[in-house]
Design a protein around this ligand. Structure first.
Ligand SMILES: [Zn+2]
Length: 300
């Protein structure tokens, strides 16, 4: 049995998968607030409970924002700041009495979809999260590529590739210290900010998509601009990685028209006569994080 744990800022979700990938148990608890050792205890209790429910012990994989710094062996880049600077994987190994594999949550998402999701069978897979932030991850022949800095696939903090928009020249400030990062345009809040700047009204990403479908002109304008930015940004990934499949997850990925429109727009930005890369929607939706964490111990 494989146990996958998605350690987020507000909740900890855990799933137990049998060897075929069938879910045998699932639990969810709130994340202890700003308390590292309470988080360790919460995960230990969750594993105990899950194993009681499933009736057997399992391997442990953890997905969480941030990464283990190859330089220090400590967590970096996590928005759950109490984890930063801590040896989370080793403390969990000690508490659970077995080896623990820990990866960035976008990496777990891509691994899930490449293993038994929408990108299964793809040799080179690029997984994209279009959510509160913009993350990315690379899976090649079923294996995660983490990189020597543990940042492989983190395209969200590259600058948006040049396009027709005059206002893109400097771009919005990003929390990472740069301006005009892809994330500031392509995250859910980025899309919503563009709509608000264009119309003076606040709408969620899904409301913008609904309004565009109903023929609302400003919503259509904003979404068309979003699609062009996404196409340009993914084209630069395709030129470097040349993936078979790009799989999208996160809130904005639920907008269906992206999958037909973006591949029609991206061709001129790609250095190829024909583009065979497929753009697909995540199959496991919000469960990709926990499932991918479980698959950090690969199928036999
Ligand atoms: Zn940034």
């Amino acid at each position: 049995m494989r146990i996958g744990i998605d350690l987020g800022g507000t909740k900890i979700e855990a799933v137990a998968l049998d060897r075929t990938g069938q879910e045998v148990a699932r639990l969810r608890i709130p994340t202890p607030k700003d308390d590292y050792w309470a988080t360790i205890r919460a995960i230990t209790d969750l594993v105990k409970q899950l194993e009681e429910e499933a009736g057997e012990a399992g391997s442990i994989g953890i997905g969480t924002p941030g990464a283990i710094s190859p330089a220090t062996g400590l967590i970096k880049n996590s928005n759950s700041v109490c984890l930063n600077g801590q040896p989370l994987d080793r403390d969990l190994e000690h508490a659970l009495g077995r080896p623990v594999r820990l990866e960035n949550d976008a990496n777990c998402f891509a691994l899930s979809e490449a293993t038994d999701g929408a990108a299964a069978g793809g040799s080179v897979v690029f997984g994209v999260i279009l959510g509160t932030g913009v993350g990315g991850a690379i899976v090649i022949d079923g294996k995660l590529v983490s990189g020597c800095n543990a940042i492989a696939g983190e395209w969200g903090h590259n600058p948006l590739p040049a396009g027709p928009g005059e206002q893109e020249r400097r771009g919005q400030a990003c929390y990472c210290g740069q301006h005009g990062c892809i994330e500031t345009f392509l995250s859910g809040p980025g899309l919503e900010r563009d709509y608000a700047a264009t119309t003076g009204n606040k709408r969620s990403a899904s409301e913008i998509a609904e309004q565009a479908q109903e023929g609302d002109h400003p919503a259509e304008l904003v979404l068309t601009r979003y699609e062009d930015r996404l196409a340009r940004s993914l084209a630069s990934i395709i030129n470097i990685l040349d993936p078979d499949v790009i799989v999208l997850g996160g809130g904005v990925s639920k907008i269906d028209r992206l999958y037909t429109n973006v591949p029609q727009i991206w061709t001129p930005y790609i250095f190829s006569d024909v583009v065979a890369t497929q753009l697909v929607k995540a199959q496991h939706g919000d469960s990709s994080g926990v499932r991918g964490a479980a698959w950090l111990w690969p199928p036999d």
